[in-house]
Design a protein around this ligand. Structure first.
Ligand code: URA
Length: 272
């Protein structure tokens, strides 16, 4: 294996492990791939892959981490979805990008009154490059149609624009790096409602740790970067419903609550 490949793999392993800073030059070897866990780690000693590569490795790891922290700054300069999409596609600060086949940016109406937010693309989404097009997406489409919501009038996106390998749970640092992209999408679309699918996405967006069973079924608040309050409902993720069809009725109730509020508050779409 050449050294360049070694360094890239090492850095990807750091990011996968959630390392956010390096400290010193303590010898350290990454475990075999099968043992790599996605547990977030806040700080970890720097590795020594080889004498010549050591400083380069440390610098590259730190540069990658810093690039992630820059996402928020980069987003501030963007005020339309096409440019934001191009920015995300160019962004190299999240290692998930290197294992994904496609960047899965949000999709749907740019003037949507409601934004649906999932956790991360799955295998079908990664292959096709659009959010919620696999089995979970088909179930979501059916549920939206059942409460009279037209998917094409909604905007659908994820906390992460890249599929975590094997659909593993995203790490805290992957979420932290990518969250500005989601928040900027919300700022640009400026919806009145957010409907969050699953506990992981809800906790990421609302910055709390409540279980989805406790969060669902009541209106919550999210403030966009301009300070506007957006009403939020969180509910179970369609993938969870595919495994636990007995829970579908609860999501049905939550979607009905959303549809009712939208029709009480006004028309189902906004003019540009
Ligand atoms: N699950 C998600 O959270 N998002 C998708 O886009 C697909 C499945």
């Amino acid at each position: 294996m050449n050294e360049e490949l070694n360094l890239k793999q090492l850095i990807e392993w750091y990011i996968t492990a959630g390392v956010e800073e390096t400290a010193g030059e303590v010898p350290f070897a990454p475990p075999p791939a099968a043992e790599v866990k996605a547990t977030p780690v806040r700080s970890m000693a720097a590795p020594r892959p080889s004498e010549s590569g050591r400083q380069v490795t440390t610098a590259l790891a730190q540069a990658t981490i810093d690039a992630g922290k820059n996402a928020r700054e980069l987003c501030k300069t963007i005020d339309n979805l096409d440019e934001l999409k191009a920015l995300v596609e160019k962004f190299d600060g999240c290692s998930l990008k290197f294992t994904a086949s496609n960047t899965v940016f949000g999709d749907g109406s740019q003037t949507a009154r409601v934004v649906f937010i999932g956790e991360a693309p799955g295998a079908d989404e990664d292959r096709i490059g659009r959010p919620f097009v696999g089995r979970s997406g088909q179930l979501l489409d059916k549920m939206l149609a059942a409460v009279g919501l037209d998917r094409s009038l909604c905007y659908i996106t994820n906390v992460l624009p890249w599929r975590p390998p094997g659909n593993r749970t995203p790490t805290d640092s992957e979420i932290a790096v990518c969250l500005p992209f989601l928040k900027r999408q919300i700022d640009i679309i400026n919806p009145d409602y957010l409907f969050v699918l699953g506990g992981s996405a809800a906790n990421a967006l609302l910055d709390q740790q409540e279980s989805i069973s406790r969060l669902r079924g009541r209106w919550l608040d999210y403030k966009n970067s301009a300070g506007k309050n957006i009403q939020v409902l969180a509910s179970f993720h369609p993938a969870y419903l595919l495994r636990n069809p007995g829970q579908k009725a609860k999501v049905w109730v939550d979607l009905l609550r959303l549809a009712k509020k939208m029709s009480e508050d006004g028309a189902a779409g906004r003019e540009e």
